[in-house]
Design a protein. Structure first.
Length: 320
């Protein structure tokens, strides 16, 4: 099995998938093999894959998104690694995700939350709400992605591998400039110790070998400690961990006394909803969020603070 997992990882790296995808796919392949008594996947096929996916749904009761990820990992294994596609599974309808309205905070609740979160997590949380960023997009920001003159944040290689531009809140300009000063001082210290390189996508790293040590490519929110790249073993400074911000926001929700189980992504939901409440057109909000389809953005029209679908209740009509 270790040799099989190495083949899976190699196939993923050749296709430039993310480290997260590599880890997730390898884990699903491992769980699939163990579920069937350590039989090699070449000895199995669609019935065994279907049995494993059914087990996840009925016995493990995993979410639809989790089951779909397992399905994608096993389809990748058979199609790209073993060279034995499973067309019968390709046609199987994906597990349907339940229709859930996004959790949204009021402006007052956002203010209360951001007031009790401190330090770097507070600045990151401010970007989630003020610019509509996803958490990973925020912690991955590079120095060159902030344009203070134009008041813009450039999000590169976001979800779906798409770039976009969103606004840089004026209230965050000063704190972000101070954060860049801290990051630059840390970068100079790393250079003085013989380090100072950051991760670059493979194509860029090959085309511009010196770019990894340039200031523009450094993370706005660098990690406190250097670490080894899990693929290359090279020691360098990664970006701030998402978990650090998530813990700070969860603790902030408790300290602010919010009844809603808010998370980092709740701030992005609130960004979109509050823009629509203020009359911003939905196409603009779609572009700021980086949604491929406006249908995805439409869900926020269902949580506007105007009652169900904007229709007033008859109790509020003044009759009786």
């Amino acid at each position: 099995m270790p040799r099989l997992l190495d083949q899976v990882r190699q196939a993923i790296r050749v296709r430039h998938y993310s480290v997260r995808t590599e880890h997730a796919y390898a884990q699903w392949v491992r769980r699939f093999v163990l579920f069937h008594g350590k039989r090699h996947p070449l000895e199995m096929g669609a019935p065994e894959v279907a049995a494993f996916l059914s087990h996840l749904a009925t016995q493990r009761r995993v979410a639809a998104a989790t089951q779909n990820q397992a399905r994608n990992a096993l389809l990748f294994l058979y199609r790209e690694v073993l060279g034995q596609p499973l067309p019968e599974l390709e046609e199987v309808v994906r597990a349907k995700r339940p229709h859930r309205l996004p959790l949204v905070l009021t402006p007052a609740e956002v203010t209360a939350l951001l007031t009790v979160v401190s330090g770097t997590p507070r600045l990151v949380a401010g970007l989630l709400y003020g610019s509509g960023l996803r958490l990973l997009e925020a912690v991955r920001l590079r120095a060159k992605d902030l344009d203070f003159g134009r008041g813009e944040v450039v999000v590169r290689d976001g979800k779906g591998r798409r770039d976009r531009v969103t606004m840089l809140p004026r209230r965050l300009a000063g704190p972000l400039e101070k954060q860049l000063e801290l990051a630059r001082a840390l970068h100079r210290s790393d250079l003085g110790e013989g380090f100072g390189a950051v991760y670059l996508p493979d194509a860029l790293a090959r085309k511009y070998p010196a770019a990894a040590r340039e200031w523009g490519w450094q993370y706005v929110f660098p990690a406190q400690q250097r670490s080894c790249d899990p693929r290359t073993g090279e020691e360098r400074r990664h970006h701030l961990s998402e978990a650090t911000v998530q813990r700070a926001v969860r603790a902030g929700v408790r300290r602010a006394g919010l009844a809603k189980p808010a998370s980092c992504h709740t701030l992005r939901h609130s960004f979109a909803t509050h823009l629509l409440e203020r009359g911003q057109d939905i196409r603009t909000v779609q572009e700021l969020l980086g949604h491929r389809s406006v249908a995805t953005t439409m869900i926020y029209t269902h949580v506007l603070n105007r009652g169900a679908r904007g229709v007033p209740s008859p109790l509020d009509s003044g009759q009786g």
